[in-house]
Design a protein around this ligand. Structure first.
Ligand SMILES: CC(C)(COP(=O)(O)OP(=O)(O)OC[C@H]1O[C@@H](n2cnc3c(N)ncnc32)[C@H](O)[C@@H]1OP(=O)(O)O)[C@@H](O)C(=O)NCCC(=O)NCCS
Length: 153
């Protein structure tokens, strides 16, 4: 199921990143099996609305944007189009941060017209403003990196 949902996600992201389908018509995602072979460092979550799949979140320990190998990084995050703008992504992110306490890193391309306002407002609301936002260079578009801590109590 995740492999199929990843195709829809990658198709959305192909508007802003140069990802291409292979000869089988699929984008493919080489890292998915690592979420089962490295269960201490990678966490895969399905987002459901009722009994239906509505998206997913893939989380890694260690982030390309920071040096601490224990940082929790939102590697991929997706809500199916039919469920968007109804608070599903926000609720899923809140559950995620409640579930895995620690130092979080959220990276988003400045070209991601839904993702940037989504993360800024969701992180702001969850942390009540207790986060740091930084800019990182990138070609053709820069990145925004949000950092904050969550606790288990
Ligand atoms: C980004 C994404 C996860 C948002 O999911 P969602 O379930 O639609 O988000 P929510 O309904 O919980 O939105 C919460 C808030 O984020 C902001 N937001 C979400 N989508 C937005 C958009 N398209 N434009 C502007 N603001 C947006 C709004 O402030 C929204 O609150 P509001 O609807 O009350 O105004 C979804 O659009 C998606 O999967 N996009 C494709 C994949 C992607 O870009 N993932 C992020 C990679 S970093």
């Amino acid at each position: 199921m995740l492999s199929n949902l990843l195709e829809l996600y990658l198709h959305d992201l192909s508007e802003i990143f140069p990802v291409e389908v292979g000869p089988d018509g699929r984008f493919g995602y080489d890292w998915l099996s690592l979420y089962w072979s490295q269960p201490e460092r990678r966490f895969a979550f399905l987002i459901r609305v009722g009994t239906r799949a509505a998206g997913f979140a893939l989380i890694t320990r260690g982030s390309p944007a920071t040096d601490d190998p224990e940082d929790l990084d939102v590697a991929e995050f997706f809500v199916l189009r039919g469920y968007r703008r109804s608070g599903v992504g926000r609720r899923a992110a809140f559950l995620l941060w409640d579930r895995l306490p620690g130092s979080w890193v959220v990276r988003v391309s400045e070209a991601n017209r839904a993702g940037l306002p989504f993360w800024r407002s969701t992180v702001h609301e969850y942390t009540k403003g207790g986060f740091v936002e930084a800019q990182r260079p990138g070609t053709p578009n820069g990145w925004r990196v949000f950092r904050f801590r969550t606790t288990d109590g």
